[in-house]
Design a binder for this molecule. Structure first.
Ligand code: ZN
Ligand code: ZN
Length: 394
C-alpha cells in the first residue's frame, strides 16, 4: 500500500486506545499508522471529533456482498465495489465470505482475492472466509445444495492451501471433518462451526482439534429436541454453554430479537462475541430491488431482505456500521462494548489484532467517528478520510 496519510482526530471519546478505557483524547495517525505523535505538521489533517465517539475501523469477518454483487463473482471490479460500499459505511477490514458454490466458482474467487491482495488493489480486504461447502444439508439455510461437498473433497481442493484463506465455516459432524479441521487449524486458518447439527460432544471434539469460532448463533444451528423423556441439546445450546470459543451475531434487528442478543452477550461477553453483517448483494440496493443469494432470489425491504414469497429472511442488507446502534438499543450494552464487538473481538478472531481492531501505537491508522447515537459520521483509512462512494444510498 502507498504510505498512508497523517491525521489527528481531536477531542473525541476514544475507544480501543492504550488506556483500555474510553476517555476523551486525540488519536494521532502518522503515515497511515497510529502513533504517539506525528512530526509532519504541514500535511497533517485535523478532524474535530468533540462530542463524538472515536473507535478503530470496523472489522467484518462475515460479509458476502453489496450493490448487487457477491464475492462468488470472479470479477475484481465487483469485489472492489463491494469492499468500497462497506468501507464507506465504516468497515475498514473485511474478510470476504464465500457461500457454498461449485469448486470452479470457489477457486476463481480465491484467485481474484489473491490477485487483489498481490496488486494491493483492495486495501480493506483481509482474506477469504469460506462459509461451506462442508455443511449439514439440513442446516444449509440459503446455501445452494448443489454446492455442498464432503470434507475430503474440500481438503483436496485446498491443497496447496491458498494463502488468502483466513477462515472456514464447516459442520464438524460430517465424515472426514476431523482431518479437515486439523489441517486448517494446523496451518493458521481459523475454523468456525456453523450450518451444523453438531452435538455438544462433537463441538467439544472440534474445539480440541482447533476450531475456535461459531458462525451466526441461532442461524443454521440445530436446537433442543425432546424425544420421549430426554432433553437433547442442539448446536445452539452447546454453543451457549461452550468455553473458549468466539461467536457471531447478526444485529440488524431482524435476525435476532433483543432477548436473544442479550442471551448471546451474557454467555460470551464482548470479548468473545463478534458483530457481523452477513451482508448480501442486496446491501445498498434500493427498496424493491431483487438480488441473488445462493439458490434464492431476495427482495430488499426497509432494512431487511426476504425471499420473493415473503416467507423467510434472505440474508442481511445492513453493513456492520449500521448495526451498532441497533445492538446498543436492543441489549443496553455500553458503547465501548458495542465497539469492541465490531473491532477488537473480530480482529482477534481472525488473528489480526492489534494491527486491526485497535488504536494502539503501531496499529493501522483506520478509525471511525460515530455520533453519540452510534451512527457512522466519518471513516478514516490509513490516515485518510474516506469519501462516501456508494451510488445507491448506503
Ligand atoms: Zn450462514
Ligand atoms: Zn453468511
Amino acid at each position: 500500500m502507498s504510505a498512508g496519510g497523517c491525521a489527528v482526530i481531536r477531542s473525541g471519546t476514544v475507544i480501543g486506545a492504550r488506556s483500555g478505557r474510553p476517555g476523551v483524547g486525540d488519536v494521532v495517525i502518522c503515515r497511515g499508522v497510529v502513533r504517539d505523535r506525528c512530526p509532519h505538521d504541514d500535511d497533517r489533517l485535523r478532524i474535530d471529533a468533540s462530542g463524538c465517539v472515536v473507535g478503530p475501523g470496523l472489522v467484518d469477518v462475515h460479509v458476502h456482498g453489496a450493490l448487487g454483487h457477491d464475492f462468488t463473482e470472479p470479477d475484481a471490479a465487483a469485489w472492489r465495489a463491494i469492499l468500497g460500499a462497506h468501507l464507506s459505511a465504516g468497515t475498514t477490514t473485511a474478510v470476504a465470505t464465500l457461500a457454498s458454490a461449485a469448486p470452479t466458482v470457489t477457486a476463481a474467487a480465491l484467485g481474484t482475492a489473491a490477485a487483489l491482495l498481490t496488486d494491493q488493489g483492495a486495501p480493506t480486504l483481509a482474506g477469504v472466509h469460506l462459509e461451506g461447502p462442508c455443511i449439514d444439508a439440513a442446516q444449509r439455510g440459503a446455501h445452494d445444495s448443489s454446492g455442498l461437498r464432503s470434507p475430503a473433497e474440500l481438503l483436496r481442493e485446498l491443497t496447496p492451501l491458498p494463502a488468502v484463506l483466513r477462515m472456514v465455516t464447516l459442520a464438524p459432524e460430517l465424515a472426514g471433518a476431523d482431518e479437515l479441521i486439523s489441517h486448517l487449524s494446523g496451518n493458521g486458518v481459523r475454523v468456525s462451526v456453523g450450518h451444523s447439527s453438531a452435538s455438544p460432544e462433537v463441538l467439544e471434539r472440534a474445539r480440541s482439534l482447533g476450531a475456535t469460532h461459531l458462525a451466526h448463533l441461532w442461524s443454521g444451528q440445530s436446537t433442543l429436541t425432546r424425544p420421549g423423556l430426554a432433553r437433547i441439546p442442539g448446536l445452539l445450546e452447546a454453543s451457549l454453554a461452550s468455553e473458549g470459543l468466539s461467536a457471531e451475531v447478526i444485529a440488524d434487528g431482524r435476525h435476532l430479537p433483543g432477548t436473544l442478543l442479550t442471551i448471546a452477550l451474557r454467555c460470551f461477553g464482548p470479548d468473545r462475541l463478534c458483530l457481523v453483517s452477513d451482508a448480501t448483494a442486496g446491501t445498498g440496493l434500493a427498496v424493491g430491488r431483487t438480488f441473488r443469494v445462493g439458490a434464492a432470489t431476495g427482495r430488499v425491504h426497509d432494512g431487511y431482505a426476504a425471499t420473493e414469497d415473503g416467507g423467510s429472511l434472505c440474508g442481511s442488507v445492513l453493513p456492520l456500521g449500521m448495526t451498532l446502534a441497533r445492538m446498543r438499543a436492543l441489549t443496553g450494552a455500553p458503547v465501548a462494548d458495542v465497539l469492541t464487538m465490531a473491532t477488537a473481538t473480530p480482529a482477534r478472531t481472525v488473528g489480526l489484532y492489534p494491527r486491526k481492531g485497535a488504536l494502539l501505537p503501531g496499529s493501522d491508522g483506520d478509525a471511525v467517528i460515530l455520533t453519540p447515537g452510534l451512527e457512522i459520521r466519518d471513516v478514516i483509512l490509513a490516515g485518510r478520510p474516506v469519501q462516501a462512494v456508494t451510488p445507491d444510498g448506503l
